[in-house]
Design a protein around this ligand. Sequence first.
Ligand code: ADP
Ligand code: ZN
Length: 628
Amino acid sequence: MSNQPNPRPGQPEGGPLRQMAIWPLLILVMALVVLYANSVNQAGTPLVDYSTLVERVEAGQVTEATILDRSIEAKWRDPARPERTEPAKFQVNRPTGELDRDLPTLLDANNVTFRFKTTSQFASTLYLLGLFTVMILIVTMVMRRANPAERAMAFGKARARQYVERDIKTSFEDIAGIDEARAELVEIVEYLRTPEKFRRLGGRIPKGVLLVGAPGTGKTLLAKAVAGEAKVPFFSLSGSDFVELYVGVGASRVRDLFRQAQQHSPCIVFIDELDALGKARGQAVIGGGHDEREQTLNQLLVEMDGFDSASSVILMAATNRPEILDPALLRPGRFDRQVMIQAPDLAGREAILRVHIRNVKHDPQLELRRLAARTPGFVGADLANVVNEGALLAARRDHQHVLFEDFDEAIDRVAIGLERRSQVITEDEKRIFAVHEAGHAVVATFAEHADPVHKVSIIPRGLTGGVTWFAPANDRHVWTEAQLRDQMACLLGGRVAEQEVLGTASSGASNDIQRVTHLAQSMIVELGMSADLGPINYDHGSARRDPFGFPLTLQRAVSESTAQQIDAEVRRLVEEAEQRARKMLVAHRAELDALTARLLEVETVDRDELRHVLGLPPIDEAAELAVG
Ligand code: ADP
Ligand code: ZN
């Protein structure tokens, strides 16, 4: 999360002591030392014997004397240096007893003006006390600097306290373009507002909500908005805060945080970068820090299980890598609800721009849609950046308000930053993605046995160019051969469409090809769907399976000729599926082109719109349910 226009108040700031520089304190000590010494001894003034003083006094050379607590300062005219007009200073240690008692008489007798100047007991004690305190401060600070664990230990509690934020102003109004995720959190707000209402009916409210999405998509913003809408305190910390700590500190910090949260319930506890803390245990970490993370994670699990559902503490966490999380975190009663936050599509980006543009004086005629169209791949944080950058540019150019051209250039600037993160999609890439996804969707729609398409999108997610979501008509446990063949055709539809429309295939289909191959392999070696090879399991215990339950690796314990036969059958199945996909796409070329165009335009097409674009009647939900 490199670009955040707004600082995160949840971030620890360290105690006031740590922010204080050590130098001013040192200087203070020096000053005190000098002052104290001054009250005792005048630095730079020659010290003479008492007898010398008496000599000079009796010789009438001394003009004045100041009798201090432990010394006497005097001024005299040195006969050896008659050229000096100002009398020179010297000092003497103040004698005790009889000599001291006789001193005033001696001075008086020789016409020396003298006075007593005693530092009060109180003042000197104060000096010493101040000196002592400052010394202690310095020592503790130096110690803490040298030993981060110690420092963290001491500040653990104080820091946790700073994680609370009250009176949060963020509301759902500040969030746009991620409506689905937002809708899922409305219920949590309701619960935090009136927990009794929910509890009365015995409903179990989720304890933990995991927000999954790329950096800058608005996960923190969402969590905050929930707190803001529900008017509850917001406790937050980041998983990466624990990384550099020593064993035990993280765990105690988690304990502390939860204790405080319990006291302030109802409230929200938000853990950013959960993956930094909640990586699956047992993964070796280079350079240590491993035990600490594990302990902290264990403590988190203990706390999550510990707080009963009666205390209205809702735990929210954010990650962009849910796959590396320790499975224990995702068990029921922990982060059992997951909310996906996708990068915004065209309409979403326009809405986000509208939110942020409220804060800048801008051209009222601004065409936000055109700006949004220029930003495929941008997430909320990037768009916030664009608005900010645009305002700065306009100021630099002395514009009355921010113009389209300012924002336009701001987009270029932000995009350069993003290119390094390879997030930005070029127009050419966008076209490839659109053709590819349209290919999947068209085959899926026209293949008789395929699952209906729920949504098509060319918003990049991870490594893939886009996605086509399938909504299985019902929860399926058994696939027929026809369904599997159609599924293969759908998977190949993307690549075939690229070949048909663009004349060449891109690398974007590698995942599809992998899945098709695995599917075909299992049909033959596991499911007995080859007439030649028959219903025999040729697959001896493949261990790893993909999310669809199909094996990822095949361990072969078959003869060379059988292996060749399997290969040939797999190839035949895949080729057949490819041909079917091609036939369908050629037959429905007009629909393919129409969908491609629509995707290029709006980036995401849902089921109803898809059917409309493809010239099909809308699906009758009631009839569908009746058929079951
Ligand atoms: P994440 O936690 O997902 O990395 P943040 O919530 O920290 O992202 O987002 C950073 C900033 O980007 C926010 O403070 C906000 O200004 C802006 N932002 C991100 N997503 C959105 C959105 N959906 N709507 C409006 N602004 C957003
Ligand atoms: Zn694909």
